[in-house]
Design a binder for this molecule. Structure first.
Ligand SMILES: [Zn+2]
Length: 420
């Protein structure tokens, strides 16, 4: 089958519609003047209804699944063929930007809309899913939408409460869903051949490279630890400098090491001390105990583990030398998710066609693709965003970049759906 290319005029029209639709979705919020839309809220259902209308207008058959994802199918040349699944999420953090998640859903609709206008059917169906929960804003557990599709909901999730003690199951009932039917959202392995997700980069790398689009190699794995240096509180005036067991000075020494060592080891690794609290916390008292968190991430598990082990060894050494103690407790761990090489290649070829060069980069943030990758090959396309800002109202993308993104997305989908 000959591959259709979207011309620049069509791409510009599509991009303008995408920007308008992101604006329209940003109006569907629980707070006026800010964007906050959480899982199983009335706003979630309104967003689903709106997106469902757009999918229908693009020639898709539309349904809402048993966990509240909005789904659409553009039938293949032979009805019933497996599908390429395109998607992203429609939920947001509190006071969010309007592109994180939503951009991936509305650009996917443009891909299908173009096929529909050209009356073009592919050997594979094209399905789109707008996931109900990726961010975990309401319940503190994440990827509920995509784990519905993979059938990986833990038994504990339906009874998990939100901040108002409303459980997931109750919240489902409030919007007309039935927690007893969650399992029915799971898709058959053979019904889907690949999952593609377009998303804003949420980082500054594309902007620095002066490129609108990039292809994701992997979604970073992450580890989070809560750490404690325990020294001895004492009088800031009377204890001589040589006899102190200052927990905060130890923490400070470690933090400088974390920053330097991580840069030295691998430019793709990142490590952050994001919180620190100091007790007793008075101007005239030597800090006796410091609690701090450590977050380390990287695109491959082994180098990440090696970094973490290096950092913890150094913390022990610092504590030992200062005559104090150190302990660390890992409370969160997620493995790195590799993007499928064939899907990376397809995205790369399309991106090169559109912008003259491709760029490969890991994703520092988590995405629905993490859950989907447990069952199907995944690929991700990143779109440059202004100064890398996300999870913030200032989140912004250029309309011309969106036009390029839609072209590359369409090329990729047609290529994957056509070449066996
Ligand atoms: Zn997102």
């Amino acid at each position: 089958m000959e591959r259709g290319l979207m011309n620049a005029d069509d791409a510009a029209r599509s991009a303008a519609r995408v920007m308008a639709r992101c604006d329209a979705l940003a109006e569907i919020s629980e707070t006026a003047g800010q964007l906050t839309r959480v899982y199983l809220s009335p706003e979630h259902m309104r967003a689903n209804a709106r997106v469902g209308e757009w999918m229908r207008a693009a020639g898709m058959q539309v349904w809402q699944d048993e966990v509240g994802n909005i789904c659409g199918r553009y039938e293949a040349a032979q009805p019933g063929a497996p599908a390429i699944l395109l998607g992203s999420h429609l939920d947001t953090v509190r006071n969010a930007g309007r592109y994180d998640g939503m951009l991936g859903v509305v650009t996917a609709i443009e891909v299908v809309q173009w096929l529909h206008q050209q009356q073009r059917r592919l050997p594979l169906a094209v399905e789109i899913v707008g996931f109900g929960d990726e961010e975990g804003t309401r319940f503190g557990i994440t990827l509920l939408g995509s784990r519905g599709i993979t059938g990986q909901w833990p038994e504990s999730w339906p009874s998990h409460p939100d901040g108002n003690s409303i459980t997931v199951a109750q919240a489902m009932q409030d919007v007309g869903l039935d927690a007893a039917r969650i399992g029915q959202a799971a898709r058959q392995q053979e019904a889907i051949v690949a999952y593609l997700e377009l998303h804003i980069e949420q980082g500054p790398c594309l902007e620095q490279a002066n490129l609108p689009l990039g292809v994701v190699t992997a979604i970073n794995g992450a580890r989070r630890l809560s750490c404690v240096f325990t020294g001895e509180a004492g009088h800031a005036g009377t204890v001589p400098m040589t006899q102190r067991k200052d927990a905060l000075a130890a923490a400070a020494e470690w933090m400088v090491y974390i920053e330097q060592r991580t840069q030295q080891l691998d430019p793709q690794l990142v490590a952050t001390v994001g919180t620190l609290s100091c007790a007793p916390g008075a101007v005239n008292v030597i800090p006796g105990e410091v609690n701090l968190t450590l977050d380390v991430r990287g695109p491959q598990d082994q180098p990440l583990a090696a970094l973490l082990s290096d950092l913890l060894t150094q913390a022990e050494a610092i504590a030992l030398r200062r005559g104090i103690s150190f302990s660390a407790d890992e409370y969160y761990r997620i493995a790195a998710t590799a993007c499928d090489p064939r899907l990376q290649q397809a995205f790369s070829a399309a991106v090169t066609q559109v912008q003259g060069a491709s760029m490969l980069l890991p994703s520092g943030a988590g995405h629905d693709a993490i859950a989907i990758a447990e069952r199907w090959p995944v690929g991700m396309l990143f779109v440059r965003c202004d100064r890398g800002i996300s999870h913030h109202p200032a989140e912004s993308v250029r309309e011309t970049d969106v036009a390029s993104a839609i072209q590359a997305y369409l090329h990729t989908v047609q290529h994957l759906a056509t070449v066996p």
